[in-house]
Design a binder for this molecule. Sequence first.
Ligand SMILES: [Zn+2]
Ligand SMILES: [Zn+2]
Length: 154
Amino acid sequence: MSDWKLPWSGACLCGRVQVHVTEAPVFASACHCRACQKLTGGAYSLTLMLPASGLSVEGETEIGGLHNPVPEHHFCPSCKTWLFTRGIADGQFVNLRPSLLDDGAWVRPYADTYVTERLSGAQSGARIGYPEFPPVEDYAELMSGYAREGVRPD
Ligand SMILES: [Zn+2]
Ligand SMILES: [Zn+2]
């Protein structure tokens, strides 16, 4: 899938943590839940779901959020940028915050989640909306839709 123009690099605000992406994302979403609003300080969080083997990290991270074992929210220990979330689907995937990417302006979520908690006026550009998280049985179709027509880098 050369049209993803891999690899990609990115960093936290202060640059102590660097991320490198070497495998294509399997999904992109925007989560409007109240927890994501608090974690980001923004209207919603953006996720690029990657195969866990497709993300490498340079620099120490620390666990933040609610400190639950799953999912594990990783932050930069210095600037406190929310970086990525591990433990998705038994550790098969990692959810990267695409705002970290050096060149991430192309990123467009495919689905909105938790639209029941969406702030008025918060529009992500996603084509599908779910009241909460998509039911597990919808993921295969969502991922094949994203593989087929998900927005690629320019
Ligand atoms: Zn930092
Ligand atoms: Zn959320």
